[in-house]
Structures are given as C-alpha cells and as structure tokens.
Write a protein that binds this ligand. Structure first.
Ligand SMILES: Nc1ncnc2c1ncn2[C@@H]1O[C@H](COP(=O)(O)OP(=O)(O)OP(=O)(O)O)[C@@H](O)[C@H]1O
Ligand SMILES: [Mg+2]
Length: 358
C-alpha cells in the first residue's frame, strides 16, 4: 500500500530537523516542519557522538512538530561515508547487487565487511576495445556509524525505511530548477554538458554534489562549515559558544569589533576556499561537464557575503537555493520570516522525503 505522507529526517551537527510531505498531489505539500537544536558536541562533523542526547531531541522534535508517523527517510553525511565513481565491465543490475561486496572491494579504502554498500548505475559506455562498460556510483557507509544512527533513532522509537545520502537528497530538492536548462555556456568549442553544483554549508559538514540533469557526477563531503567560525570566535574572545554564535550573526547587521570581524573574515575565507578547491577538482577532470551554476543552501550559507564571495572565487554564477519552490505550502503555522529562516535549512529533510515518492 502506497503511503500518502512521508517524513524526511536530517540529523545535523547543530540540530535535528524533519519535514513531512503529503504526496497526494504533485508537487507534494509540505505539511509539517520542525527543528530542535542539539547541545554542542552531541553530533560532531555530522557524526553522532551522544546517541542519548540525540534520541531525546528526536523525541522532543516529534512531540513539538506533531508528526504522526514514526517512519522516516533519514540522511547521512559525514567522513564515514565514502562515495566513489567507479568504472567496471557491464553487468546486469541484479548481478551487481548480488555480488556487490566482491565486485567493489578493490575500490574501497575500508574492508567491505565493515561497510554497508549501495550503488547507482550512472551510465553505460564503450571501453578502449569497444567492450561494454558501465560507470557506477558506489556508496560505502561504515557499519558502526550506521549502527549508532539506528540506535539513536530507536531511542525515540523512530523507524527508518531508508538511510539516504544527504547529497542525493539535496539534488532532489535543488537540482531540478527549470531555469537551469536555459543556461548556455559560451566560448567553448568542444560541446560539453553543463553541470550544476549544489553546496550545502552546514555547521560541521559541507555537502557538495555536482550533477548533470539529475545525474550525479561528483560528490564531496567536507568537514567544514559555520561552526568553525563560531569556535574560532569563542576561542579568541574567550566567550562561550552561544555568545560567539550570536556575535557571528550580529556581524551581518552591525560592527562587532575589529578582532571579531577579522576572525569571521578569515574562517569564512577558509570555508570558501575548501568549496572552491572541490569544485576546481571537479572541473579539472578531463571529461568534466562545464560548471554552469552553483546553488548554495544550509545555515552556513547565510554568512554575510558568502554567496557573492563564492561566486568571485569560482567565477561561476552562484545563488541561494529555493527548496520551497519544489513543494506546495501546507498550513505550517510559520510567519513569512520564519519561513524564510526555514528555507535555508529545509533542503535536506525535504529531499529525503522526496526520495520516498514512488
Ligand atoms: N544568520 C546566520 N548567519 C550566519 N551563520 C548562520 C546563520 N544562521 C545559521 N548560521 C550557521 O549555520 C550553521 C548551521 O547550519 P545548518 O543548520 O545547515 O547545519 P547542520 O545541518 O546542523 O549541520 P551539518 O549539516 O554541518 O551537519 C551554524 O554554524 C550556524 O552558525
Ligand atoms: Mg546539515
């Protein structure tokens, strides 16, 4: 029996958040959204360290947002999940699924016994001797990390139907804008495809996915984000985390002192440089499509001037993503201001829920 309503759950470094979509109409209706902040350190760099604290906050989230179901699509994104594009002799998808561990062990830096594997066949191509080959996107998540995630969910009696990769979820919400198809890349003689990069700058993790018309070409999970700006401020000024966080946000509107401003500037620059480095790496691939646009989301993307600075650093048109454009808005009980706040944070949970659409 198909379900009318699905919930996407994002356990981020700074907060747990979930979105519920009603699938009866197309596009789906966003009927509930909520988030609960996590105590610092409960999740670090996208990895659950304190499953008890996370379990508690999840229970609180369910209560506050009023989700009726406990079934979710949950996302993961941290250094313990590896995404690789591999080339291998063509085979039936079912054969690859069956012999996955055996087929891919040489492509992974961790023993296959310690990993939970998944894959997506991207395309077929002809090898040097015209043999039938295929390009496969391989996902390997460390088993222990997934087990910690499942046990945190269990503490709140939440049952995951799927564990999904956050960059894929992002592609679903932000990678389909119609205007993207209009982009023309000029001044290039060899016709190449046009790719779009989606960059989700969080607190501890920055997700990057470059795709061509919905086909992922490059996935990178960086340990970088807004929290390093806050941490640097707290350390330098000898304040607590909360105070540093407030100061950081305040800096968008008013002077906060030369030292604080210099620290914000320095740390922001390093986040931008990391993103630029990854995009440069993608672009340097011999057969890479031309990068036509960069779309930014995530709380860290709200650092003042980040978008324009990323645009200058990459030389590629860069803009803020609008995940809410992909859904109808139900009665969320949010003011326009709250909705605008939520938009930077909702791409992951909505994309996770969209993955449940069949
Ligand atoms: N208005 C703002 N100005 C500057 N930074 C902001 C603003 N709002 C949020 N942030 C920063 O965004 C970060 C949180 O972003 P987000 O909620 O997307 O991360 P997360 O999903 O919790 O963590 P991650 O994805 O890294 O695991 C924090 O570092 C926070 O300081
Ligand atoms: Mg996040």
């Amino acid at each position: 029996m198909g379900r009318n309503s699905v919930i996407g759950l994002d356990i981020g470094t700074s907060a747990v958040r979930a979105a519920e979509l009603d699938l009866r109409r197309n596009p789906p209706t966003l009927v509930r959204f909520g988030q609960v902040m996590l105590p610092p350190g409960a999740v670090r760099d996208g990895e659950i360290l304190d499953e008890l604290a996370v379990g508690e906050k999840l229970a609180e989230l369910w209560k506050r947002a009023g989700f009726k179901s406990k079934r979710v699509a949950v996302g993961v994104s941290n250094q313990r999940v590896i995404v690789r594009q591999v080339e291998m002799p063509w085979m039936e998808e079912s054969d690859l699924a069956q012999g996955l561990a055996f087929q891919v062990q040489d492509h992974l830096p961790i023993p296959v016994e310690d990993a939970i594997l998944d894959f997506q066949i991207l395309e077929e191509f002809a090898g040097p001797d015209h043999e039938r080959m295929m390009r496969v996107l391989l996902v390997a998540a460390q088993r222990e990390m997934i087990e910690t995630l499942l046990s945190a969910l269990r503490r709140a009696s939440i049952r995951p139907d799927v564990v999904d990769l956050m960059p894929f979820a992002l592609m679903r919400t932000l990678g389909t804008s119609p205007e993207f198809a209009q982009i023309q890349v000029l001044g290039d003689d060899a016709p190449r495809g046009v790719a779009e990069a989606i960059v989700d700058i969080g607190a501890g993790v920055t997700n990057i996915v470059v795709h061509e018309h919905g086909v992922p070409r490059f996935v990178r999970i960086l340990v970088a984000g807004g929290q390093e700006v806050t941490d640097a401020l707290a350390t330098a000024l000898g304040t607590g985390f909360e105070e540093a966080e407030m100061l950081k946000r305040q800096a968008a509107f008013e002077p906060v002192g030369a030292e604080a401003e210099r620290i914000i500037e320095d740390r922001t620059k390093s986040v931008i440089e990391e993103v630029r480095g990854s995009l440069d790496y993608f672009c340097a691939q011999p057969e890479a499509a031309q990068l036509g646009r960069v779309v930014v989301t995530g709380g860290g993307g709200r650092i003042p001037d980040l978008v324009s600075r990323l645009e200058s650093a990459t030389g590629v048109p860069t803009e803020i993503g609008h995940p809410l454009a992909q859904v109808r808005l139900g009665k969320l009980g949010l003011s326009p201001d709250q909705l605008a706040e939520a938009e930077a944070l909702i791409a992951c949970p909505v994309g996770l829920a969209l993955g449940e659409r069949r």
